[in-house]
Design a binder for this molecule. Structure first.
Ligand code: FAD
Length: 565
């Protein structure tokens, strides 16, 4: 059996290696148009920033490794330019010489990825404007930072004796992962960074109130955000600098510009081969990663996947799914029945020591598809036992089915161990767990790692209390007409007031019940919801109609101060 794999990075390389492990006899050809196979594109922003100093560290395995260890005919600088499905052949072009050859296949795997979006804006090809997609891209950015203009060359040789450092300015366009990661790295390299984002928030998969926390955090670490503004074009300005012009009429000066406008599935070859393209613009595959042609498979950023929660077709450009899909395609080619389960979009981004992570459906997605059978909770547990040094709060939003408690999605932000909470929740979600399962999850605990009630348990307990009717909750967006009872201490109110609320500290509540109405719904608040929970239980048992306002003052403000608390 002869298998040709197009694309030699995440999906393609994992497919090749897996196939060899399953089938020692298969003839495997892996073609990659670029100069490297199996490189770590996820590390590119950190190479730009100098965290990963050596370019060679990004090269996980080279073509020789594939040849010697896996007997894979790995060809770099080799582009697939056409497919003839009827003849089962692929046309290959040697990028250096232009020579075109034809190669036959029994099975073909497409893993061409998703190139960066590069709209035809005026001035987009000016020197100093980059994307972060490949190793040569990162190299070009580093070279530009060091000697792209006379000013940057001078800055790079800056002795450090001067007390006033002239500003180097970067404009990053796009507030997704790659834009934000590169913006952080440019801050580390001393740039004054402005991030222009057309949408009304950064990190589009997050719900807006959670994104607001990240926005406050990155702004405090030196990234200036310009939201609700699209880029309109670029101009050359004085002294080799650039001007980034936006649709609102603003002009941002820049010594370097990074384009991070998102990616689009590469479907050129698939279209040529007459393969079915889905409604989201990716290659349509079945759960075995088979395209509409049974001998052609497709994996990675170029394909549409089923959203695990909503069942909708979606585009998810992440390394984990690409690697798993490559492996599944190899399994199926080797005669196994492996299936891709769909993607939950489980993601994480690290920024200035903090992290934002999420899995499953967001509230805005559920609203968009008209799903009303959900409830959400906000909670702010410590990353580990509060008495052990270094504990940091984690802001969590957990979304679950009202009717049966099934976990639908979770978002978490914080400076310590956010990843393990979302990873645990992601696993639970994929296994179809309910919030009652989260209550019972047995997780690692010693004080430096977690709490006897881990944030994951805690989320389950709060959500289960809600569903069992032990703790009715409400949210700020429906709180306008409620009777607000604030059970915090007066000293806390001095810092952060809840306008219109009656203050009765929890410790005084039993003695002052006469001050509360019996004919109105009482919405109870504290700082994070924990004392309000006790107060709500007390009031319910005393015959009041009470609800805990989920997340208390923290979810109200989603205060920029959260990360510093
Ligand atoms: C800067 C950056 C940071 C990222 N960070 C993360 C992260 O932190 N976490 C995460 O989960 N994901 C991250 N990703 C996304 C992740 O890298 C991708 O989801 C993953 O690489 C997709 O794998 P793929 O095989 O589909 O495509 P790719 O890995 O992009 O590989 C496709 C390859 O196919 C080649 N190719 C295309 N067409 C042809 C052709 N006709 N002939 C020959 N070769 C061809 C291309 O040159 C390319 O090298 C990041 C991506 C980038 C660019």
């Amino acid at each position: 059996m002869k298998v040709i794999i197009v694309g030699g990075v995440a999906g393609g390389a994992s497919c090749a290696a897996r196939l060899r492990r399953l089938d020692e006899k298969a003839e495997i050809v892996m073609v990659e148009r670029g100069p490297y196979v199996s490189y770590a594109n996820c590390g590119l922003p950190y190479h730009v920033g100098g965290v990963i100093e050596k370019e060679s560290s990004l090269l996980v395995a080279d073509a020789n490794t594939f040849r010697s260890q896996f007997a894979v005919d790995a060809r770099t600088g080799c582009e697939a330019i056409g497919i003839a499905p009827d003849k089962k052949t692929v046309q290959l072009r040697n990028v250096a010489t232009g020579e075109v050859t034809t190669e036959s296949y029994d099975k073909l795997v497409l893993s061409p990825g998703a190139p960066s979006i590069r709209p035809p804006l005026p001035g987009i090809d000016l020197p100093g404007i980059f994307q972060v997609r490949t190793v040569p891209d990162a190299r070009a950015i580093r070279e530009w930072i060091e000697k792209g203009s006379l000013f940057l060359s001078g800055m790079h040789k800056y002795s450090g004796f001067q007390t006033v450092r002239p500003k180097t300015r970067a404009v990053v366009i796009g507030g997704g992962f790659i834009g934000l990661e590169t913006a952080e790295n440019l801050v580390h390299r001393g740039f004054d960074v402005t991030l222009v984002e057309m949408g009304d928030q950064i990190l589009a998969p997050l719900d807006q109130e959670m994104a607001r926390i990240v926005e406050g955090y990155v702004e405090r670490h030196g990234i200036r955000l310009a939201l609700n503004d699209g880029v309109a074009g670029f101009q050359k300005a004085a002294n080799d600098t650039l001007a980034v012009l936006t649709k609102s009429g603003k002009s941002y000066p820049a010594d370097i510009v990074i384009l991070a406008l998102g990616v689009r599935p590469d479907t050129a070859l698939a279209k040529m081969a007459g393969l079915k393209i889905g409604e989201r613009g990716g290659i349509r595959v079945d759960e075995h990663m088979r395209t509409s042609n049974p001998d052609i498979f497709a994996v990675g950023d170029a394909v549409e996947v089923k959203d695990f929660v909503t069942g909708e077709w979606s585009l998810i450009a992440l390394a984990g799914p690409a690697n798993r899909q490559g492996r599944i395609a190899a399994d199926v080619i080797a005669g196994r029945g492996s299936r891709f389960r769909g993607s939950q979009g489980t993601s994480i981004i690290g920024l200035f020591g903090g992290a934002a992570a999420w899995t499953g459906a967001s509230e805005k997605t559920l609203k968009r598809i008209g799903d009303r059978d959900y409830e959400k909770i906000y909670l702010y547990p410590n990353s580990h036992a509060g008495y052990y040094p270094g504990a940091k709060p984690i802001a969590m939003k957990v979304i679950f089915r009202k009717s049966d408690g099934r976990l639908l999605g979770a978002q978490a932000l914080g400076e310590d161990n956010v990843d393990k909470r979302i990873s645990a929740l992601a696993m639970a979600l994929q296994m179809g767990a309910t919030v009652y399962d989260l209550e019972e999850a047995e997780l690692c605990y010693a004080p430096q790692f977690g709490s006897a009630k881990d944030p994951v348990n805690f989320a389950g307990m709060v959500a289960a209390d809600v569903l069992r009717g032990d703790m009715p909750i409400s949210h700020w967006d429906g709180a306008e007409n409620g009777f607000l009872l604030d059970v915090r201490e007066p000293v806390e109110l001095a810092v952060e007031d809840a306008p219109g609320a009656v203050n009765i500290p929890l410790g005084q509540l039993r003695a002052r019940l006469g001050e509360l109405p019996r004919d109105r719904e009482i919405l109870v608040i504290c700082r994070s919801g924990q004392r309000a929970y006790s107060a709500t239980r007390l009031l319910l048992q005393r015959g009041f109609n009470a609800r805990n306002l989920s997340g208390g003052m923290l979810s109200h403000a989603h205060a920029s101060t959260f990360w510093e608390s």
